[in-house]
Design a protein around this ligand. Structure first.
Ligand code: FE2
Length: 485
């Protein structure tokens, strides 16, 4: 047990002797709450119970091992060596910076539509799932389109115990397609705990996005990097460790509590860079990496791809780039895929059926690029020319459709001359995370290029004459490029 835990216990005991017969020592909500997959009538709410109010950020730093050693452990996992090489002698995982253990206990959710405070829905107390890292998810249905909801979740140790913690939040649901309304959303990619730009609080982009008052937000993935050091997450326990450490950061927690979110995933969230089926990371198989993301640490949804209509003028498509791909090492051709047949068919059909004024395809990795010629992981790479051609030849025939993507660590706008093809790369979530492209390498298809961190905001204003505007921001929220259509 940590010394700090012991002290806290003593303090609570001496306090409780005078005031109450019961000592309340958690569980707590150190990882806050997140939501996902909102549509006109439903949303998924996620939370996790923890032993402490926050992660143990005062803990010891992990040891950084050479990349070569990590690669060897990734291929021939030796669990003892994975820990012994990264944790100082005499210490254990619970002594390390960011430790945030889960706790058994029960949770309850209360929610109501804004303005209908007398119609509060209260769920039953439910045990969190100890097999899923002490998390719990609620799928709320029968909700009212275009409304704002307030929610509050409560924790207690067991039946009959007093409430030990609570946390409040908010979400907005999309309006029906007949409704003309202004919409704004933000898109983020690529950040991690070690490269946060505010050491105490997390990533500056979160308060910067809050200032813009977006209706919703999309994280395109690479939310955390399992294959980056301190520690390399070569076991499931370390994967969970990294998620819990990141989601206890104050900026992250505060933002996710208050915003309608869509969480996509990319390679580093699962394991290896450019991961695909068969490319396991230490003891974490590729499939298990997907499962921990999809079923445990983020709001769940069966397909992982979804289209959401946001009023009359906007429809977005959120596509999945890891679950349905086959091996990157395959020869290019009709069988080599990132999207998979079913998802591609769904995309073609739903775009064809849509009468939204503007259509935005949000993808975790680029389709147009340009990307580095050495890469072999996304549709803009030469080794995926076949599927890229299928998707682009369809998009070329559509009107007012735009691609927005994450993955690349630079901000850009690409336009292919004499076509309607536009791609907006949101860039990495912190300046320290930016790189991978040279600022002076401005190609003919580039309309904008900035090798720095930040995010993208997209606004649709309706008035008499609808417009869509794409703004790249720096991490402070300042606009660095604007494009209006
Ligand atoms: Fe990334």
């Amino acid at each position: 047990m940590h010394i700090r835990l012991f002290c806290l216990g003593v303090l609570l005991l001496s306090f409780s002797c005078k005031t109450s017969p019961e000592v309340v020592q958690g569980p707590y909500f150190a990882n806050g709450l997140k939501n996902g997959w909102a549509d006109q009538n439903s949303i998924v709410i996620w939370t996790r119970l923890t032993q402490e109010k926050a992660a143990f950020y005062e803990g010891q730093p992990f040891l950084e091992i050479p990349r070569k050693e990590m690669l060897s452990l990734a291929k021939n996992p030796d669990v003892e060596a994975i820990y012994a090489s990264q944790i100082p002698t005499g210490a254990s995982l619970e002594d390390m910076e960011g430790y945030c253990p889960g706790a058994a206990g029960q949770v309850r959710l209360k929610y109501h539509q804004l303005g209908k405070e007398n119609e509060v829905v209260v769920t039953k107390w439910t045990e969190v799932d100890s097999d899923k890292d002490y998390t719990h998810q609620w799928k709320l249905e029968g909700l009212s389109a275009g409304s704002t909801y307030r929610l509050k979740i409560y924790a207690r140790a067991k039946e009959g115990s007093r409430v030990s913690d609570s946390i409040s939040g908010k979400f907005i649901l999309p309006p029906h397609k007949e409704i003309s309304s202004d919409v704004k959303f933000c898109v983020v990619s690529c950040h991690d705990y070690n490269r946060r730009d505010d050491l105490e609080n997390g990533h500056k982009i979160y308060p910067s996005m809050t200032d813009l008052k977006p209706d919703f937000y999309v994280h395109t993935g690479d939310i955390e990097y399992m294959d980056k050091p301190t520690p390399y997450a070569l076991t499931e326990e370390l994967v969970r460790f990294k998620w819990n450490r990141l989601f206890s950061l104050p900026f992250q927690k505060k933002f996710y509590n208050q915003h309608t979110s869509y969480f996509m995933k990319d390679d580093h969230d699962v394991g290896f860079d450019d991961s695909y089926p068969g490319r396991d990371y230490g003891t974490v198989t590729f499939e298990r990496g997907l499962e921990i993301f999809d079923e445990e640490q983020f709001p769940s949804y069966s397909k992982r791809y979804k289209t959401v209509r946001w009023g009359k003028d906007l429809q977005v498509w959120i596509v999945e780039g890891r679950n349905y791909r086959n091996q990157n090492s395959l020869k290019d051709g009709p069988e080599k895929t990132i999207w998979g047949k079913e998802q591609k068919q769904w995309f073609f059909e739903t775009v064809t059926q849509s009468d939204a004024t503007y259509k935005v395809l949000i993808t975790s990795s680029p389709i147009l690029g340009p990307d580095r010629s050495s890469k072999n992981d996304n549709l803009s790479n030469a080794t995926y020319s076949y599927e890229q051609g299928e998707i682009l030849s369809f998009i070329k025939k559509q009107k007012n459709i735009f691609i927005v993507n994450g993955d690349r660590h630079w901000q850009y706008v690409t336009h292919i001359k004499d076509t309607n093809l536009w791609e907006f790369g949101c860039g990495a979530g912190a300046d320290v995370h930016a790189g991978g492209w040279k600022q002076e390498d401005f190609r003919p298809e580039h309309q904008f290029l900035r090798v720095k961190g930040g995010f993208l905001s997209v606004s649709v204003t309706h008035n008499d004459n609808p417009k869509i505007q794409f703004i790249h921001h720096d991490v402070e929220g300042n606009p660095v490029n604007e494009g209006t259509f």
